[in-house]
Design a protein around this ligand. Structure first.
Ligand code: ZN
Length: 251
């Protein structure tokens, strides 16, 4: 119990101090994974990308997962693609594996226009290309109305080095804070990385996390692995964390 109180105190301190953030069109997932195409975003545009949907047929939570917001955060979109073969026990799920495909193609945080998708929410119907993409992603979230969102990212280094690697960011409080503590306990037990996963609050303005938390009051878990680790380890961490979050929200 003392450990829990300590963790809650740490969590509250971090939430007050804020933090710094720094093609599968050809693939038919319906054949092997039972996910179906939910929507093509920015159809016909150079930002075109896909959202996939799976319904377990059993009543339960609605989960929304997004990877590839930043094109050089490889483990995030690799994990998101692997999740198209994962089926939760109940409820429904939407996955956008590669939110910013242009940035992924050039292995860069942003596409050539240098506009950060994760500072462009809730987007604009008549904005620049990235604002239009953000607008469509936000519209899917509003329409689907998920119980929880998992937003897969990476950082250059660990949080102990002033970056965000090995952290979970949650911009909403209440009971969700207790779930974050369960999540940290789980991942630090099963993964045993050199730096333990920790928790931060206060996501940056106009990020998906900040906007959805404030406007739609839906919890968004931003997962940040550290690029100081090998890719296989990071993808595995992303998958373990995502599946645990899904389990914590199953009902
Ligand atoms: Zn990122």
């Amino acid at each position: 119990m003392r450990t829990i109180t300590f963790l809650i105190s740490i969590a509250l301190i971090f939430s007050l101090t804020g933090y710094k953030q720094e093609e599968p069109k050809a693939v038919n997932y319906t054949n092997n994974s039972q996910y179906e195409l939910y929507k093509v975003l920015r159809e016909g545009g150079k930002e075109e990308t896909e959202a996939y949907y799976y319904n377990t047929g059993k009543e339960g939570s609605k989960i929304f997962i997004i990877g590839g917001t930043h094109g050089n955060e490889t483990a995030g979109f690799m994990a998101a693609e692997k999740l198209l073969e994962f089926h939760p026990k109940s409820g429904e799920i939407i996955i956008i594996p590669k939110a910013n495909k242009e940035a992924i193609e050039i292995n860069s945080r942003t596409s050539n226009n240098n506009i950060d998708l994760n500072r462009s929410y809730p987007g604009k119907l008549e904005g620049n290309d990235i604002e239009k993409l953000a607008y469509e992603i936000f519209a899917i979230i509003e329409e689907f109305d998920p119980d929880v969102i998992i937003d897969l990212h990476e950082s250059l280094d660990f949080h102990t080095e002033g970056r965000l690697g090995n952290s979970i960011i949650l911009g909403i409080e209440g009971d969700h804070l207790l779930k974050v503590l369960d999540l940290l306990e789980y991942i630090n037990e099963v993964d045993k990385d050199v730096v333990e996963f920790t928790f931060f609050g206060s996501p940056p303005k106009n990020s998906l996390n900040e906007t959805v938390s404030n406007v739609l009051k839906i919890p968004v878990y931003t997962v940040e692995t550290s690029r100081k680790n090998e890719i296989d380890k990071r993808v595995n961490q992303q998958l373990l964390i995502t599946k645990k979050i899904i389990e914590l929200y199953e009902n």
